[in-house]
Design a protein around this ligand. Sequence first.
Ligand SMILES: Cc1cc2nc3c(=O)[nH]c(=O)nc-3n(C[C@H](O)[C@H](O)[C@H](O)COP(=O)(O)OP(=O)(O)OC[C@H]3O[C@@H](n4cnc5c(N)ncnc54)[C@H](O)[C@@H]3O)c2cc1C
Length: 507
Amino acid sequence: MEKVYDYVIVGGGTAGAVLAARLSENSEVSVALLEAGAGEGPAIMSDGNPEAAVGLWGSSVDWNYTTTPQSGTENTVHTWPRGRVLGGSSSINGMTHLRGHASSFDAWEKQGAIGWNYQEMLPFLMRSEGARGGDPRFRGQTGPMTIEEPPAATPLAQDLHDAAVDAGHPRCEDGNDPQAEGVFWAERNVAAGRRQSAADAYLFPVLSRPNLTVVTDAQVRRLVIDNGRCGGAEYVQNGEPGTVRAEREVVLSAGAVGSPQILLLSGIGPADDLRRLGIPVRAALPGVGANLHDHPLAWISYGVKKSPVPGPSRQAMLFARTSPGGDPDILMSFTAVALEPRWAGAQEGFSILFGLATPTSRGSVRLSSADPAAYPLIDPAYLTESEDVARMVAALRMARDIARADSLSAWRDEETLPGREAVTDEECGAYIRRTAGTYFHPVGTCRIGTDDEAVVDAALRVHGVDGLSVADASVMPSVVSANTNAAVLGIAERAAHLIAHPRRTLR
Ligand SMILES: Cc1cc2nc3c(=O)[nH]c(=O)nc-3n(C[C@H](O)[C@H](O)[C@H](O)COP(=O)(O)OP(=O)(O)OC[C@H]3O[C@@H](n4cnc5c(N)ncnc54)[C@H](O)[C@@H]3O)c2cc1C
């Protein structure tokens, strides 16, 4: 039997959990949340140790996507973890809570997302945060997403932090300061030693609300669209088809891969591509699935002369810029193990990871088939712009300067990666192309804007279709200069405000 709700939210990840919780605060409206994955995952999903997240990649709660062969990284097919469970990718992520420099939010408005800049986003970023003790001018103190004081630093973690200062980087009190630059201690989404996914923070505490229905193991196949209006969604649960109807609105929060995939399957996207697959065109929107990008990530690794103290530690991170007049465009993190390329393992030692925070390379998510069960073609176009490689080379050199600083002299042994093979810019670039991969931060495939390639307007409504919005990482015109979860929480808080507000103004 067809069920009817006021709002149907598709995808119970970071954004979907926020929307379900916020919209159902109004007991006058009914809300349904459909999630393709399960309601819960393996026990390590509640581990407070960020490294435990690696054990979730490739597990039953991961979609286990792969990319198309990437010409910029020696035709590598990259594994691409994305959460498939309540909490979505926040259930399998590294728990770093970092918003990004103000300039990376202001860049959205410069690209046509009117009203989407740092100042406008700030109240919503703050609304999500429970960061006790932060500067109340820009930190939220009472929001659902708990940010616990990280553990003390081990001696190696402290020396990694201090090496960045030796190398000339300023100390930064709070990495979530809008003008953050230099080295700071990372914050994590942890409460009482346990991981806080968006589901833990927002959804699970309100599951008993009578006006909220959460349907798990329900994969949405396509949207129901009649006469230019979206009236619901078709899904499959345990092999059985079902339909839900939305009286007011369907909100897509299926992430940077899932949201464009569902739009395309529903006939909303580039008309020629849809016709080629035999999908009837409901709205010709050439930008659906375009503009996919992610932070490319690589690292350098060193052996150590003495064994580091094992155990939990806070972790230093760093914002830096490759050009003196530019905005911060490099994000580093320092880890007290020597990682092998592309997470293949770890040895005793340390690594300095560097990601390009403002990549210019752009790829796409496209359908491989009209079959909703088929995985889409994911092309993040890593390092296809030579400018991105040049800035990654500059980041590698910055990382080396830090690794060779005095504070690490008691620890530092041989450079194991890249080592002597990478000296010239060309050699460093070749090393980066051979080893770089995902920082797990894809965005941009349903971007906000008013131009022909934009997918949603500034109030997050899909152009040309009534009763349909998108709210998740896919709406970012360009990726923020940090790990993306905190920014997605802010986007979803703002989306809930916009959707619940009858006049749909931006404030
Ligand atoms: C391995 C990994 C590590 C990361 N580490 C960090 C970190 O340390 N800090 C940080 O800030 N960010 C991190 N991120 C990124 C961050 O978690 C994401 O940016 C954020 O979770 C994205 O939120 P979202 O709502 O856009 O999508 P998601 O959280 O991915 O949610 C999408 C949801 O939609 C569901 N869905 C998809 N298709 C359908 C369908 N057809 N029908 C029904 N449901 C569907 C999915 O199963 C999923 O639950 C990491 C991500 C990963 C994968």
